[in-house]
Write a protein that binds this ligand. Structure first.
Ligand code: SF4
Length: 90
């Protein structure tokens, strides 16, 4: 049984046979929202409601920190729709 370790590779010795296992690097998606730039158009949340929402004044509420890799597509699409480029996905 193998234990998954992100950002690493492992060398195992099984019955005298050396096996090199390359483990896929775990991708981390991070959203940076610039609230000084956000103009509360809400296009991000309309495009990707699973990632973005808006506060009562319409300003973006982005996930605080990292988001799941499977949300990278919606996160990028929502950021792309922002007319003032207030969102950056890293
Ligand atoms: S981040 Fe952009 S699209 Fe989202 S609410 Fe702010 S201005 Fe609108």
């Amino acid at each position: 049984m193998f234990t998954t370790v992100s950002r690493c590779c492992a060398t195992l010795c099984l019955d005298g046979v050396t096996v090199v296992v390359l483990l896929r690097k775990e991708e981390i998606v991070r959203i940076v929202a610039d609230l000084e730039v956000c103009q509360s158009f809400a296009l991000c949340a309309l495009t990707a409601p699973e990632v973005y929402s808006n506060d009562d004044d319409g300003y973006v509420i982005a996930p605080n920190g990292d988001v799941a890799p499977e949300l990278e597509g919606p996160a990028l699409e929502g950021a792309r729709m922002c007319p003032v480029k207030a969102l950056r996905v890293e």
